[in-house]
Design a protein around this ligand. Structure first.
Ligand SMILES: [Zn+2]
Length: 176
């Protein structure tokens, strides 16, 4: 997916950078611009991205949903899995036991003598550090990467449902 942060840049602002060239005085984030949501409706959000979105105010979670508020549309993702340990056989969420003992016990008791269906996790247990989500089907149809590329090729503007339903705030920087 491709999202870009929009900054609330004060007049006369200039970037200050550290020795590695990273900006150290980034202005506050005022929103996100949505370009496309990627090839598939399935999307993994890292804890880091979720934390950044919560801190910057463009991401909310609740009732099994992860919502990303952009200038164009509020993307609605159903949370399929939260970070944690899962059984490769039955997809049950297992205890986050650092030793792995309880996860191994589940596999041994429930799926004894059955090889792991996941070749990359032969023990039959999978750890994810991401929020594994699925995008609302209508939004995927509208905002997927192929649709975005087709619009770019034809020089068409991106669709914006928000613009049709609510008054956009006045632009102050004159660039957009
Ligand atoms: Zn299981």
């Amino acid at each position: 997916m491709l999202l870009k942060r929009l900054y609330d840049t004060p007049e006369g602002w200039t970037a200050e950078r550290d020795a590695d060239g990273r900006v150290t005085n980034a202005p506050p984030v005022k929103g996100l611009r949505l370009y496309h949501t990627g090839t598939n409706p399935e999307q993994n959000f890292s804890r880091r991205m979720v934390d950044a979105g919560l801190a910057e105010g463009w991401l909310t979670m609740g009732k099994g949903m992860l919502m990303i508020d952009t200038e164009e549309e509020t993307l609605e993702y159903t949370i399929v899995r939260t970070p944690g340990t899962y059984c490769c056989h039955c997809d049950a969420k297992l205890e986050d036991d650092p030793s792995g003992a309880s996860a191994r016990a589940h596999v041994a008791q429930t799926h004894a003598d059955t090889p792991s269906p996941d070749a990359s996790n032969p023990a039959g247990v999978r750890v994810t550090n991401a929020y594994e989500c699925t995008l609302n089907a209508d939004q995927h149809a509208l905002w997927n990467g192929q649709a975005h590329a087709a619009r770019m090729a034809k020089g068409e503007a991106a669709p914006s449902r928000k613009a049709q339903t609510q008054q956009a705030p006045p632009r102050q920087d004159g660039k957009e």
